[in-house]
Ligand binder design. Structure first.
Ligand SMILES: *[C@@H]1O[C@H](CO)[C@@H](O)[C@H](O)[C@H]1NC(C)=O
Ligand SMILES: *[C@@H]1O[C@H](CO)[C@@H](O)[C@H](O)[C@H]1NC(C)=O
Length: 273
């Protein structure tokens, strides 16, 4: 049966049924900041009591499990998605006036998605879908020097705690993008992103390089600059020092040998005379 047909059928039943209702909520997405507590609004129209009804909250991205269920005046925890355990609840004191909003505490990255609020009475049901977007601003990028690499100096940039997934770019002092290797992306068990980007840089006039992390959907951007001393790029100075040291050593050894030889000779000559 198509959505339209379902609606028509419902309308038809509605005309003959005493207990019909609509389920409503916000049409705009709920934007949640990670760590905050949020309310996913959902209510009955007309504002009849939902106390004798079944209230289900489902995350549409996860099939066969629920965020929350209220049925026969009780909270049912069977088939609850583990990461909603202890973080989701209804306002039970509000059910009598048709308020079936869900409270979600300590929002995390995995909470982003579409949530269906489904309400069923003995003779009727309806649902409404609420969208949740999660925003988490991660750490300032940390830059480290990895050492000499084929073609220059290896640098690494890392940042964590983001949602949604951020972009990482390496720039030189003129703001030109440097081609970096592929982004390494990890997602922790709470759904926050940690990203890493390696780059190999060559010596420039300034030797200043910037790693920028940005997330356009949440309009966040952070940068870390690194200045590399030019000696770091040039492997010759220490080679020269090493060669000089070796030469000095050789000269010393030869000098000492000569001195010993001379002294011995003098002594020998003395004895003969
Ligand atoms: C139900 O809605 C009506 C108007 O639509 C309002 O006057 C009444 O206060 C509401 N009842 C509750 C319990 O919120
Ligand atoms: C439902 O109850 C919560 C908690 O009291 C409240 O914040 C929310 O505004 C209520 N929603 C409606 C539609 O009455």
């Amino acid at each position: 049966m198509t959505e339209e047909n379902t609606k028509l059928l419902k309308l038809f039943i509605c005309l003959f049924s005493s207990e019909s209702f609509e389920v409503l909520g916000p049409t705009d997405p709920i934007v949640a900041v990670a760590g905050d507590d949020i309310i996913l609004p959902c209510y009955l129209k007309p504002n009849i009591s939902a106390q004798d009804m079944t209230v289900d909250w489902l995350n549409l991205d996860i099939i066969d499990e629920r965020v929350f269920r209220y049925q026969n005046h009780r909270i049912i925890l069977d088939d609850q998605i583990p990461y909603y355990r202890g973080r989701s609840s209804l306002f039970e004191e509000e059910l009598w006036r048709g308020n079936t909003s869900l409270k979600l505490t300590r929002v995390q990255g995995t909470d982003e998605g579409r949530y269906k609020c489904l309400i069923q009475s003995k003779s009727w049901y309806d649902d409404f879908t609420v969208q949740v977007l999660v925003k988490a601003v991660g750490s300032k990028p940390v830059v480290s020097i990895e050492g000499h690499r084929e073609g220059g100096m290896g640098l690494l940039c890392e940042t964590e705690g983001w949602h949604p997934e951020p972009e990482l770019v390496w720039l030189n002092s003129k703001g030109v993008h440097l081609s970096a290797r592929t982004l390494e992306i990890h997602r922790d068990f709470k759904g926050f992103y940690r990203v890493k980007q390696h780059v190999i840089v060559q010596e420039t006039d300034t030797n200043r390089f910037t790693c920028r992390v940005q997330q356009s959907r949440i309009n966040e951007k952070m940068e870390t600059e690194i200045h590399l001393p030019s000696q770091l790029f040039d492997p010759t100075p220490w080679k020269i020092s090493l060669i000089v040291l070796c030469c000095l050593g050789a000269v010393t050894v030869i000098g000492l040998s000569l001195a010993v030889y001379c002294i011995c000779n003098k002594n020998g000559n003395g004895e003969i005379i």
